[in-house]
Write a protein that binds this ligand. Sequence first.
Ligand code: ADP
Ligand code: ZN
Length: 763
Amino acid sequence: MPDRHASTATLPLDLVSEGEQARRVAVLLPLPLTGPYDYLVPPELAEETPVEAGSVVRVPLGQRELAGVVWDQPLDDSPAEAKEVPLEKLRPILEVFPVPPLTEVARRFLAWVADYTLAAPGAVLRMALSSPSALEPPRPVTLYRRDEAVSAEGLRLTPARKRVLAELEDGPARTLAELAQAAGVGTSVVKGLAEAGLLEVVELIQEPAFAAPDPARPGPALSGQQAEAADALRRTVKEGAFCVTLLDGVTGSGKTEVYFEAIAEALAAGRQALVLLPEIALSAQWLERFERRFGVAPALWHSDLTSAQRRATWRAIAQSNAPVVVGARSALFLPYPDLGLLVIDEEHESAFKQEDGVTYHARDMAVVRAQLGEIPAVLVSATPSLESLNNVRKGRYRALHLPERHGGAVLPEVTLVDLREDKPAKLEGLGPGWLSNALRQAIAETLAAGEQVLLFLNRRGYAPLTLCRACGHRLQCPNCTAWLVEHRLAGRLQCHHCGHASRLPPACPDCGAEGSLTACGPGVERLAEEVSALFPEARQGMMTSDTLSGPEAAAELVRAVQDREVDLLIGTQIVAKGHHFPHLTLVGVVDADLGLYGGDLRAAERTYQLLHQVAGRAGRAEHRGRVFLQTAEPEHPVMQALAAGERDPFFEAEAAARRDAGLPPFGRLAALVLSGPDARQVDEVARALARAAPRGESGSEGVTILGPAPAPLAVLRGRHRRRFLVKAPRGCRLQALLRRWLGQVKLPNAVRLQVDIDPYSFL
Ligand code: ADP
Ligand code: ZN
């Protein structure tokens, strides 16, 4: 028998069985360990339920008991020194949970993600087993139904009792609470009937299940272009092979309606569909449309679910009782028995990148999942990422185009306002203003016409900086390299990185001068003040993560705007997402240059995407919209592209620049961040890593290692941070190189190393 280590279970399970008595299997646990541990399968257990690769099992570990998965996939991270534990020392599997085993595709996907992201396989498994209680069967519920064997004849019943019996006449069995409520009686009345023998009490296990969406329900009549795209997607789903399609269409062109047809096709084939959205909590309009098309709501997966909802949803998915799942990025790791289609809406969104724990990009991993599962993936956007556009150009992805807005609505007219010439005027009693003359006038015209205005400023709070006029001191977070942001509505200064909050001090904490602290720069709250002064009659709405307490508050504000209870909406980037406001005809971008700087390789691309998306909010119905971009740099390629409504020349130039610099998608990047409470210790580890850096060895050709350098956020939550950036050619086996390198340096407990393959954040 080949040599086999405790942490490498690469053999088919039947080869590792050791006689009739006891069988050895490897079990991967949802912990940041290096690989699976071996356990024993007691024969009596195996008789009840087969223990096979993918089985979810309960095993002992030290004093604890944990859920793990019987493992058969090679993992790259197995240390060579692991010894095989002798059979007689192995501990037994305690139970096989009554859920379907993780499919081979799901297991290969976990292994792939761990390998690619350099995360511990157990950390990836943890995302798949994200609701441990879902593994247990649901508790039985007690239901009441009419016992037909017992006649009510001759009994003198109270009106309350009669009502209960009437409710059960032709209805199904119901819980005590449901029945009492339906009959409008107290629960004691129902219990009394049960005691009298007229009702039968049954215990029932109800597996959670989502109602099946109906693919045959008619959708809207599609336009010629829409129908063509929908047909192409339907064919792809029918073929059921791996294929990535970029659905590239302008805002309002009906991309959602088109990919609904792909979902319908997957449903008709009896397979599951998963739709990933960047901001699931804010997608009330999306859900409404799904229900209109398919008759029922889909299963939802996001971080705001209660633990009961998580449990029910996880279980329903695992048992094929959730035909369509709509979720945030983590939904990718759920245990789909038979996924047939993956849709990634707003594929360019950086919200798909998970930055902590296992750092992965859900769009990229979704494509991998589709490839392993041999199913189609559809990436959807009005402003696709450079990565996806490049993949189309290389022939790796297919593109479907929807160049026109539905119903003949035209794209808005974009005007650049040069802030160097049209300087916003000061306001009586308020200080500096932020709205140029041109924009003020456009607002006045729009309001006078009874239409709606959106002012976009991607800055939460009142002012991004508070400065002492006497000594120049800036109020900074005690835990981070960041300014404190004044939130006047909440009466606080806040750090947007660590959440630190304090009151605005009455005097400068540095020089003691009183009344000298001054707000610098605009935030949305300050903009609201200016708008109130200029347009006191306009009814304002504010859409920011601070002012909306949750999905319901967001949905309520969306409704109020749709019902024209709001004339002027002020918002941060959350207004950019998918809302459809037919009477909104003017969008003013207060500071279009805001995202352009800061050492991020995607700064221009992102600014273009965000502003294009915001601009797309204007004039979606019969009125043509207008967009005013206030900028100090109207000649910047991003502004020029937005004004001309031409994406391709901008992306060509951007792609050329990245190709020259060897940056993604033409080269590969990995970021390493070391952090710890003691700056000297972090620096020491950084130097040790620098000394061990691969130079000249095979596999490191063309690789450049930048750093260590203090991160732009040099201190975050009290931890000092040092960064390395690794630049490699596209064909480089970057992960192998990183593993060899990082394996050479032992980290002290207090120092953490975060590896970020394909980084999107450069802070
Ligand atoms: P996108 O996702 O491309 O921005 P949507 O799918 O959200 O576009 O469509 C924009 C609006 O137009 C939505 O209100 C949608 O219901 C409507 N719409 C799109 N196509 C049609 C159609 N063929 N018939 C009726 N309404 C449509
Ligand atoms: Zn802070």
